[in-house]
Design a protein around this ligand. Sequence first.
Ligand code: HEC
Ligand code: CU
Length: 487
Amino acid sequence: MKNLSYFPSALRNFAGLLVLIFLAAACRQEQSNQGDATLGAVEGEVTAQLTDAPEVPPHIGLRHNTKVIVQLEVIEKTMRLSDGVDYTFWTFGGKVPGKFIRVRQGDLVEFHLHNHPDNMLPHNIDLHAVTGPGGGAEASLIAPGKSTQFSFRALNQGLYVYHCATAPVGMHIANGMYGLILVEPLEGLPPVDHEFYVMQSEFYTSGKNGEKGHQDFDMQKALDENPAYVVMNGSVGANAGANAMTVKVGETVRLFLGNGGPNLVSSFHVIGEIFDKVWVEGGSLINTDVQTTLIPAGGSAIAEFKCEVPGTLHLVDHSIFRAFNKGALAQIKVTGEDNHDIYSGKQKEEVYLPEGASIQTINSGKSAKPAEIIPEKSTEERMAAGKTLYSHNCMACHMEQGTGIAGTFPPLVNSDFLLARKDKGAGIVLHGLQGEITVNGVKYNNIMPAVSLNDDEVASILTFVHNQFNRQNTLIKASDVGQWREK
Ligand code: HEC
Ligand SMILES: [Cu+2]
């Protein structure tokens, strides 16, 4: 207020008022979107429709505050964690992650938690959407065969994680006890074509990743934060391949993302897309044009994008070994028309030959020099040596059976081009080959690098190629290769 003393007194009051209004407005902004309507009257009641991942309950949109009854059952059950790998999961609703719950800001949520009589352990629930002790944990602790009820007012909008908070808490979470509850803003979320529920989490199994059979929880690995599995939606490949989510070109997608942990933070990324919008940490702050968004353990994010081109999108934790080696991968298949203005696909592949470059030599670790004077070999010896040398030096391009690869690497099988050569192909192996050639009526225009081999080795390879692939009865000598090398 110091600066205000420079104002004439009449203005001073007015300026002071402005500052007050400004401060009040700033305060309101910082107050979050917890609106006045939040505690307004509650009219009627509905039973919440709960869904399993990747499904999301229907959009709520504009309506008055209501009582939403949630019935959630804890079930301990053995299910697939990966192919040939089982795990005894503790679940909210029979699947991992737990049921998706959708309410609206201002709703009164009447929560019923049931602990199935076949279960072994007590459980409870801590919903991060609850304002109250333990997020409901204290009120909801129940033994097997019991039900409990508590209510809370959904004061803040946002996407919240819920989880079991029964001791040992880490173990209950590690065994699969988490899910998401969405508190839609008063005005609802803008419409999109698809909404999906994807939740990442880790599993600490007694065996290594891929070890078959039933796996137990490994406390030491959990303490070391070294999971054997990191998965999307409860198991390896839960929503990949045949179970991938599907959308069409031109459609908009909203992902409700959660991270159950218990330990790892997810660097969530979709390979092949950019998030147009991200509700950072599942709150009200919207970031735009995002590649990778952090999802804390026990946290969330909402990401939206439009699918402009067809293809398979890979949803990954960009701590990338988790995605490709531990299972943290889901897929969305986008079908529809290509749009070459946005993405062309491969336009061409051609030989890259910088100015001044010439045929390269594949260096096999030794310099190409004539073989020392060694006794000549029999056909059998050359065939045996040639077979091995072929597999090390030629097979990568010409394939094991000499068939080549259509359009790129010509076949060595019954090659009229090879058979027409007086040097039996030695010049090609010694010096490489480039430019257009025709093999059995098919044109090739590519580059074969010179292969760094001595005369003895070339003799063996060519003996092998001619007898094995071209039904010739030929024995090529190292001295022959020596002569051709000179030319
Ligand atoms: C890096 C890939 C590559 C390797 C390795 C390679 N080649 Fe080739 N080879 C080619 C290409 C490409 C051509 C065609 C070159 C052109 O288009 O002018 C070719 C052409 C040939 C031809 C003539 C065409 C035909 O089909 O008869 C022969 C013979 C041949 N290679 C033999 C060999 C032998 C023997 C080896 C192993 C010592 C070998 N190549 C290793 C890529 C390779
Ligand atoms: Cu529990």
